[in-house]
Design a protein around this ligand. Structure first.
Ligand code: ZN
Length: 134
């Protein structure tokens, strides 16, 4: 009994292939091993602001876009917590509105709110007679 144990230890020490063979048999059954994921599937997608997600470029000539970020009552540019834009886009927006006002695309002075419900005399986007050059 004791002799057989010593021969077994000796055979293991002399033949390390026997140990490797045992470990390799367990490694071949890879179906039961846990799957290692590269990325965490539960991470939320990074939040993007309206202009970054849609890819709309701010242009000082696009007054209809810029007017949406300006208060109709005070004429001031809405703050970041109202517009929901990121810091970079908000800076671009303020610069674009200032440039648009200097160029004359956007009004500097704002109509008094008590005249806001006045009827429109004409719609510049729907002319009665089409332009002769258009
Ligand atoms: Zn953004």
């Amino acid at each position: 009994m004791l002799k057989s144990a010593s021969t077994l230890i000796r055979s293991v020490l002399l033949k390390p292939q026997a140990i490797r063979l045992c470990s390799s048999t367990t490694a071949t059954s890879s179906d039961d091993e846990p799957v290692v994921l590269e990325n965490n599937p539960y991470t939320k997608a990074p939040r993007k602001c309206l202009l970054c997600s849609t890819g709309v470029e701010l242009d000082y000539k696009n007054a209809r876009l810029l007017q949406q970020f300006v208060s109709t009552f005070s004429g001031r540019v809405y703050d970041r917590h109202i517009t929901g834009l990121c810091d970079e886009q908000q800076k671009k927006l303020i610069e674009a509105i200032a440039k648009s006002r200097r160029a004359g695309f956007m009004p500097i002075f704002v109509k008094d709110p008590k005249y806001a419900r006045d009827p429109k005399l004409f719609d510049p986007l729907k002319p009665i007679r089409p332009h002769s050059f258009a």
